[in-house]
Ligand binder design. Structure first.
Ligand code: 2AM
Ligand code: CA
Length: 269
């Protein structure tokens, strides 16, 4: 993506994300038409669908050569990341959207030939936009975020971690994950992967890990965390394949190896 196109795509995506946020706000107290997907707690609403449909129609009209990878079915069926691909979660944290009416975000990552060029995470209720362009730094509401250059030890770290992984599960030994919880200073669970990435980038959490997420949950967050010097891999420490579901570890560089090697690799089933 050339530099001029990148800037105009970034500005356009920002405009659409604010418009979509206003539309979500106008519907949040109405009947939400809630459905379930893969299990009774995997929720989707008519607002998830209409928000994604809005982005898909804007992108197809404005950038007909761009492709879309998205959660709710308005995207393309992709088997490569060639060209420019918008990776979209219209509402990340749908359970929070329904039950709490806060702590959810619109997440848009724009990748070119597989490289994350633009990341946008919009916390609609707080009206906070986290944004980044590759090699140009990350911002929170337009104000540059500092690099993660202060050292951090695991025993002083705050980690984002879903309690699910501390219960018996089929992917990781819960005893090993409990050991990690006892080692760190504190844990948090916000229920929106995109916001957890944003908080790692902001430096208010030192890491976030989970065993299974989809590309749209993390595409924007990876770009934003990268720009402040954080690292994102799968739990094995390998690069994430953006076409597949994956485990995810995004964190301050100081604690990455220890979480992956001393905990996950020991506990992996
Ligand atoms: P979602 O709200 O877009 O579904 C919750 O811990 C985080 O995990 C959210 O970012 C949520 O995204 C994501 N997630 C991914 N797959 C999920 C699933 N099957 N059920 C619930 N949350 C899921
Ligand atoms: Ca979603």
């Amino acid at each position: 993506m050339d530099i001029n196109q990148k800037e105009s795509v970034y500005q356009q995506a920002k405009e659409w994300i604010y418009e979509a946020g206003e539309e979500i706000l106008s519907k949040i107290n109405g009947p939400l038409d809630i459905q379930t997907k893969s299990n009774p707690n995997d929720l989707v609403t008519a607002v998830d669908s209409s928000t994604e449909a809005y982005f898909a129609s804007k992108i197809r009209n404005t950038y007909p050569s761009h492709r879309i990878l998205s959660e709710e079915g308005y995207g393309d069926r992709l088997d490569t990341l060639e060209g420019t691909v918008w990776i979209i979660d219209p509402i990340d944290g749908t359970m929070n959207f329904i039950h709490q009416k806060r702590n959810f975000a619109i997440s848009i990552g724009i990748y070119h030939d597989g490289v994350g060029e633009i990341g946008l995470i919009y916390d609609v209720i707080a009206d906070v936009l986290y944004s980044a362009k590759r090699n140009e730094g990350a911002k929170k509401n337009g104000v540059p975020l500092p690099k993660l250059d202060k050292g951090v030890n695991l025993n002083e770290a705050i980690l984002g971690l879903n309690h699910f992984w501390l219960c018996e599960n089929r992917l990781v030994d819960e005893k090993v994950m409990q050991g990690l919880v006892k080692t760190v200073r504190g844990t948090r669970t916000y229920g929106s992967a995109a916001l957890e990435f944003a908080y790692v980038a902001e430096g208010i959490m030192d890491g976030y890990l989970t065993m299974q997420l989809s590309p749209w949950d993390i595409a924007a967050g990876i770009v934003i965390v990268n720009e402040v010097g954080g690292i994102t891999t799968n739990m094995e420490g390998e690069p994430i394949n953006m076409l597949l579901k994956s485990s995810v570890l995004t964190c301050h560089p100081n604690i990455h190896d220890s979480i992956s090697k001393d905990y996950f690799k020991k506990g992996k089933k």
